[in-house]
Each structure stands twice: as structure tokens, then as C-alpha cells.
Write a protein that binds this ligand. Structure first.
Ligand SMILES: [Ca+2]
Length: 104
């Protein structure tokens, strides 16, 4: 029993990067497909290969993703708080073009 717990603890922590990405965007829903990571307090004025293709996002604790419909932080704006956003609202699916990842 103790051995089983030790294995569980080791695999749990070894699977966690020392510094997790502050914000991540994904091509498909449920955090799948191509992805891009954004470090804490970094911004992307354009999303490149994922421009108008983001369908789910993940935000680390104490971080906030501010997303824009157009490149260069223009157009419609929305925010995503900490956690996994397995799907985006209809008006944001495949529309995101720039973002900030602000962390405390
Ligand atoms: Ca767009």
C-alpha cells in the first residue's frame, strides 16, 4: 500500500513542469491539437499559426488571459480567468488574434 502511494506521488509530481506555462491556447476543444504557450506577463500581438483557430484555453492560477478578436490588441475583447476553458463561447471560437497573459 505504501509503495503504491509512493509511486502515485512520484508520477504525479514528475509530470508537473517546474514552471508551468502561465497561459496556453489550443487549436481544438478540450485542450487538444496544436498549442502555444505564453509565459507570465507576456503578450502576443499576433497568434501566427493559431490565428483565428483557437478553440480552448488554459490559464494558470493567479493569471488572467485578455483576448482580442483582431491582431495588435484590437477589436472585441474578452477575459479568461484561471482554469481550463474546454470550449469557448460561440463568438470567440476560432476568432482570437492577439492576447495578454497577466499574472500576479
Ligand atoms: Ca480574429
Amino acid at each position: 500500500m505504501i509503495r503504491a502511494i509512493m509511486i502515485f506521488v512520484c508520477t504525479t509530481f514528475s509530470g508537473t513542469p517546474a514552471v508551468a506555462a502561465a497561459c496556453e491556447v489550443f487549436e481544438h476543444m478540450n485542450l487538444t491539437g496544436e498549442s502555444m504557450t505564453i509565459e507570465r506577463n507576456q503578450s502576443l500581438p499576433r497568434l501566427g499559426k493559431l490565428n483565428n483557430r483557437v478553440s480552448s484555453v488554459k490559464v494558470a492560477p493567479r493569471c488572467l488571459m485578455i483576448a482580442y478578436a483582431d491582431e495588435g490588441y484590437n477589436g472585441a475583447i474578452t477575459t479568461f480567468g484561471p482554469g481550463m476553458h474546454a470550449t469557448l463561447p460561440d463568438e470567440w471560437d476560432d476568432r482570437m488574434s492577439s492576447l495578454h497573459c497577466n499574472c500576479q
